[in-house]
Ligand binder design. Structure first.
Ligand code: 6PG
Length: 478
């Protein structure tokens, strides 16, 4: 087998096949392919002769078909399957070759793998690839981590297959070792929040406004012409317009209301908890999926007389606009929290992540792609040390413009008994962030009372404890 391919793909399920086809469609690429079950390889070659793939039936043949420095992108299931392929490749690759994991790996696995593989002088790159099957074929957003040296070789190839937004390829070197997979994880967490917020807006329009799915689809299409323009709004309009061919009912009404999850949203919340950075919108989105899947508990819920009131709507147009504004404000909070989490992760792991660049490569190709990300990249370009997106001029004005509607929608939806965990938690986070004093002072008093955990004072340095079971005098403990 002649070593003719400048890049190879291992794992030819839909994502891997589409990525291989995308690579092969770009001038200058000669693409090697390998899949453990040879049928998938043969099908891809037969269905896409135009790609001129160099197909291999064995990993040895695949490695031999790669020109040096060899580059192989792994597109198999995260976890053990990925480890198995990494082992097989690292036993055959040589100094300066590059192994890329394009799956949704947990970033701590990527950090471990990068250490193990780079000890053999082989580069290991964990690359988040977002955009689903269509993105893989037509242009994803790509978030590679790993060494700068590896990116020097890899960057031009990834730029040739990535989505393009504002004339720029949606790919950048995110940072060392697991940085790329960490940012992809946060991308997915933001995706969960965005999807949940849209779903809550739909629920309000339907339950309080009495709109039917096709009417809500039309509303979303209108919203998609403004500041909420995004892939998720666009596809939600399509989902709501879909009629079930078996029953003639709106498809959304025959789908079981129990949401699945492959786990990246859970990882985001677990890591944000460890990092001590609030991602309340994302967390509520994850828990909303959990609640939706508690079938037995939900079926067992008794009929409550819970004080629900009817949401009186005098002006349907104004009501719909209020919901739109509440959605936009809540979305801003969710993204602000997501970017805070990236900043916290970068600090914790010594990654030099440029938040503005992350926003730029999310403008196209990925699931959360949206016009709104231009505003975020603008904010970080104007102030790379921004303490929160909520402190950027554009977002201050956007929130101030929406605040009245946001509070109306959250309060009236609560009065009407409509569950809005992501809307409500985003508003409370915003109010907590801006509060002059928080009730955490009382929590410190409680902790000191039962656990002598001490507290700080506002008027002098040091830690203090009150002798609650004694004379209630205060002692300074350091
Ligand atoms: C993407 C998507 C993708 C995600 C699946 C499943 O960026 O292309 O986020 O990576 O894993 O859509 O996501 P769930 O966790 O919702 O199952």
């Amino acid at each position: 087998m002649s070593a003719a391919a400048n890049i190879g793909v291992v794992g030819l399920a839909v994502m891997g096949s589409n990525l291989a086809r995308n690579l092969a469609s770009r001038s200058g690429n000669k693409v090697a392919i390998y899949n453990r079950s040879v049928e998938k390889t043969n099908d891809l070659v037969a269905n896409h002769p135009e790609a001129n793939f160099i197909a291999s039936d064995s990993i040895d043949e695949f490695v031999a078909s790669l020109a040096k420095p060899r580059i192989a992108i792994i597109m198999v299931q995260a976890g053990f399957a990925t480890d198995a392929v990494i082992t097989a490749l690292s036993e055959r690759f040589e100094k300066d070759d590059i192994i890329v994991d394009g799956g949704n790996a947990l970033y701590t696995d990527t950090i471990r793998r990068e250490k193990e593989v780079s000890a053999k002088n082989i580069h290991f790159v964990g690359a988040g690839i977002s955009g689903g099957e269509e993105g893989a074929l037509k242009g994803p957003s790509i978030m590679p981590g790993g060494s700068k040296e590896a990116y020097e070789h890899l960057g031009p190839i990834l730029r040739s297959i990535a989505a393009v937004a504002e004339d720029e390829a949606c790919v950048t070197h995110i940072g060392s070792d697991g940085a790329g997979h960490f940012v992809k994880m946060i991308h997915n967490g933001i995706e969960y929040a965005d999807m949940q917020l849209i779903a809550e807006a739909y629920d309000i329009l339907r339950k309080a406004g009495g709109l039917n799915p096709i009417e809500i689809s039309r509303v979303l299409t209108e919203w998609n012409a403004g500041e909420l323009e995004s892939y998720l709004i666009e596809i939600t309009a399509e989902v709501l317009a879909q009629v079930d061919q078996k029953t003639g009912e709106p498809l959304v009404d025959v789908i079981l209301d129990a949401a699945g999850s492959k786990g990246t949203g859970v990882w985001t919340v677990q890591n944000a908890l460890d990092l001590g950075t609030p991602v309340s919108g994302i967390a509520e989105a994850v828990f909303a999926r959990s609640l939706s899947s508690q079938a037995a508990q939900r079926a067992g819920a008794p009929e409550y007389s819970a004080g629900d009131t009817i949401w009186e709507i005098a002006d349907q147009g104004a009501f719909i606009e209020d919901v739109r504004q509440a959605l936009y404000a809540s979305k801003i909070v969710a993204y602000a929290q997501g970017f805070d989490a990236i900043g916290a992760g970068a600090l914790e792991n010594n990654w030099d992540i440029n938040l503005g660049e992350v926003a730029k490569i999310w403008r196209g190709g990925c699931i959360i792609r949206a016009q709104f990300l231009n505003r975020i990249s603008d904010a970080y370009r104007q102030d790379s040390k921004l303490l929160s997106l909520l402190f950027d001029g554009y977002f201050i004005r956007a929130i101030e413009d929406a605040a009245g509607a946001w509070r109306q929608v959250v309060s009236k939806a609560s009065l009407a008994g409509i569950p809005i965990p992501a809307f409500a938690s985003s508003l409370s986070y915003f109010d907590g962030l801006r509060a002059e004093r928080l009730p955490a002072a009382l929590v410190q008093g409680q902790r000191d009372f039962f656990g002598a955990h001490t507290y700080k004072r506002v008027d002098m340095p040091g830690a203090f404890h009150t002798l609650w079971s004694g004379d209630k005098s205060e002692i300074q403990t350091d």
